[in-house]
Design a protein around this ligand. Sequence first.
Ligand code: F6R
Length: 616
Amino acid sequence: MCGITGYIGKREAYPIVIKGLQRLEYRGYDSAGLMLYNQDETSVFKTKGKVVDLEAIVSEENRHGNICIGHTRWATHGVPNDVNSHPHVSNSGDLTIIHNGIIENYDTIKNELVQRGYQFKSDTDTEVLVNLIEEVQIQEKCPIAKAVQLALNDVIGAYAIAVFDKKEPNKLVAAKLGSPLAIGIGENNEEFFIASDASPFIEYTKNAIYLQDEELAVIEKNTAVEVRKIHDDSSVEPEIHALKLNLAQIEKEGFDHFMLKEIYEQPKAIIDTYRGRLLPNEGIIRMAGVEEYIDRFKSANRIIIIACGTSWHAGLVAEYLFEDLARIPVEVEYASEFRYRNPIITEKDVVIAISQSGETADSLAAIKMAKEAGAYVFGVCNVVGSSIARESHSGAYTHAGPEIGVASTKAFTTQITLLTLIALKLGKEKGNLSNSDFHAYLQNMELIPAKLEKILAQNDLIKEIASGFSDTPSCLFLGRGYNFPVALEGALKLKEISYIHAEGYPAAEMKHGPIALIEDDYPVIVVAINKGHYEKVVSNIQEIKSRKGKIIAVVTEGDVTVKEMADYAIEIPEVDEALSPLLTTIPLQLLSYHVAVLRGCNVDQPRNLAKSVTVE
Ligand code: F6R
């Protein structure tokens, strides 16, 4: 939700910030803006639309200066238009701010400021914040850093901000609560970078500080970064991290879209997830985060899984895995419902939070609540050092690498990989899985990436199938057992990137309502592999067929029955039912991708969405 970036140093700042904004566009793309400081003057450029639209309004002669802060917005307060775009400037014109987050008490603060004569151009909470900082600075007659610190103590909400004061032009002040903020440190402290993640500055430095919640940084050119606590102004010794990210990871590398690149990365991403954990030759699964709390897992009354969106679908797959393999009861909860439902949580509960970004506001709030109630919280996150990872008692990273396409793909399959490892490990520890079954699973798990490659090799066929239903206004996805969540995920993928209305259902539920939708050529995508309830799915397919629906089936190699009934079939290699979601998901991702491309949609940046949902 909104990306912020900035530069202060010796280079021309404009190209660094523009490129940085492009890399952060996955966080929101309703509007873009920047402020440049040059020859004692600040200039602000901002516009509704994307970073390319911003570039179009900044003429060549205005692109100079060694200080720049920029913003790409996912609108919360105020419609996406030029005025509501960031940066926002204080009434005096001295202070400029960029902000990712939400100031919840902005209305009260705004009323007070209006009474003191402040005027507002936009509907945003951010313009209120920058004027609050200005008012504090005037009242306290203090430097900008102190004014930011004092003002933030009056604010309720979440933020990652950067503030520039024309009166102190050698510095930027940055602060964080809830939303992420990284500071890149250039050589000899000659230059500094700030950004919502490290991608805008990886070609310039590998040294970064990740601000922690309630920290404020004073970033002074040719000096250093000084970090202080917001609530009491005490000094903090910042930890400098060596970045592992590389440029190739955040570039398309010849693919038309990040989504396609990320779909193709899944064999490697799954290997990266299980590397060092899945050890078939030794007959073990090694996971420090689980082992450390193994007694809590083994004695758990139940596992509560908390997540949103695609991660919630991974949680549903995990419900089958944990109940089937480890015989532990599982409840899968939407974080947003769980946190407001007054749920019953006990010390005997294990809570697993699943989140690619590790920043999803509802998931974060839900685990804080679970912790307060005494539950043990295990985090499954992709982004290293993210808020959910830090807030959990222990956890494991999926190591999928940066996921830039807004629609989640490799994050989903790597979450399932990790959750499968945990379920297998607990199944073994609890004595629910025999030695031979456990060993067979370990070996079969290791074969998944190669099998996945075989599915990717059918991309051309899948593209052709996509063209057969890309003009439909609506369609259904069906699956049973482990593949019911896969049907839900297939429907979500299609609707979010192609804007076709799609619903996922357990196949048997179809006759309780959705079957009414079926008429000539109505597309139904069915996962019909030869495991689980194959015969029952075959009957469901018959029911669709007799109403002349169009059937696109995902089947096991060598299948005859379903292939004869289906209009189109995509084969996946033979696989255990428990491991099948890792394979059956792939054709559905590719189908959605190709349908969206055929419909001319912006696959990587679907309308109204943002990658990291840091507001509830
Ligand atoms: C869909 C998608 C979203 C996310 C959801 C949770 O493709 O990406 O539904 O899965 O916003 O995000 P995380 O996993 O970052 O908590």
